[in-house]
Design a protein around this ligand. Structure first.
Ligand code: 1GP
Length: 248
C-alpha cells in the first residue's frame, strides 16, 4: 500500500521514525488537530490515533480536519473492530500474537476486516506483542492475556518468527500505555536478528535517550503517547526527533 511504502522509504532515509500517539477520546473538537499539528511541526513523522476505548462520534470529522492541516500519515491504531472508522491513511491491522485469547487472534479481525474492506482502507498487517513492564497495563487487563516476561526476549522472538511466516510485515513490541518501564532492548534485538519485519515499539518511553537505545537495538518506529498529555514542549519533541533520526 501507499502508506506502508511511504513509511518504509522514510525509514530507509532517516534510520527510524518518530510516531506520536494521539488520544481519540476528546470532546474538544480542536484537541486532536492541535496535538497533531504540534507534533508535525516539531519532528514527528507519523501520527497514530487509538487506545483501548474509543467513544467519540466526532472522530471521523476530527481526523479529516487533522488530515487537511498536516501532511504526515495518520494511521489508526485500534483496540478493536468497533474502532474502524473512515478518514485514516491506513490501519495497523493487528493480531495480539503473544496472547491466547481467540477474540484478539481472529474475532476482532473478522469483524473489523469487513469494515476495512468496505472503506477501502489500506491495512498494514501487524503482529502485536505485549511485553511485561512492571505494573499491570490496560492492554493486559482488557485483552485478558499474559504479557511476555521481561526477562524472556527469546519468547517474543519466537512469536515474531511465527508472525513473519504468517505474512505479517510489521511487529509492534508493546509495553503498554503509561508503562513503568519500556520494552527491554533485548526483546527488540532478538526480533531484529530473527526477522525482517519493521519493528515498532512503544509504552513508557519518556526520554529521548530511551528512544535512541531502542533504535540502536533495531526498532524503526518509536511511539510516544502519554508523555505529551502533560508536556506540550516543542523542544522535547525536537529532541526526540533528533535522537530517533539517526541517519539525519
Ligand atoms: C501505547 O505504545 C503506546 O500503546 C504508547 O505508550 O503512552 O506510554 O507513550 P505511552
Amino acid at each position: 500500500g501507499k502508506t506502508e511504502a511511504r513509511l518504509n522509504a522514510e525509514i530507509e532515509k532517516r534510520g527510524a521514525l518518530f510516531a506520536v500517539l494521539l488520544d481519540p477520546d476528546t470532546s474538544d473538537d480542536n484537541a486532536l488537530l492541535k496535538a497533531g499539528a504540534l507534533a508535525a511541526e516539531n519532528g514527528a513523522d507519523l501520527l497514530l490515533v487509538g487506545g483501548s476505548f474509543m467513544g467519540n462520534f466526532k472522530l471521523p470529522a476530527q481526523v479529516a480536519a487533522l488530515k487537511k492541516e498536516v501532511s504526515l500519515p495518520v494511521v489508526l491504531f485500534p483496540g478493536g473492530a468497533s474502532q474502524v472508522v473512515p478518514g485514516f491513511d491506513a490501519i495497523l491491522f493487528m493480531t495480539l500474537v503473544t496472547g491466547r485469547n481467540p477474540n484478539y487472534l481472529i474475532d476482532e479481525q473478522v469483524r473489523g476486516g469487513v469494515l476495512v474492506k468496505s472503506l477501502g482502507m489500506e491495512a498494514i498487517p501487524t503482529a502485536y506483542e505485549l511485553i511485561n513492564s512492571g505494573k499491570r497495563t490496560a492492554v493486559e487487563y482488557i485483552s485478558g492475556t499474559f504479557p511476555v516476561p521481561e526477562n524472556k526476549p527469546k519468547l517474543s522472538m519466537v512469536h515474531s518468527i511465527a508472525a513473519e511466516l504468517m505474512g505479517m510485515r510489521y511487529v509492534y513490541l508493546e509495553a503498554g500505555s503509561g508503562a513503568e518501564t519500556p520494552v527491554p532492548v533485548e526483546h527488540i534485538a532478538y526480533t531484529r536478528k530473527a526477522t525482517e519485519m519493521t519493528i515498532i515499539t512503544g509504552g513508557g518511553i519518556r526520554e529521548p535517550e530511551s528512544a535512541a537505545v531502542r533504535v540502536a537495538a533495531g526498532a524503526q518506529i518509536i511511539v510516544t503517547g502519554t508523555l505529551w498529555e502533560k508536556v506540550k514542549d516543542p523542544g522535547l519533541l525536537k529532541e526526540f526527533a533528533s535522537a530517533i533520526h539517526v541517519k539525519g
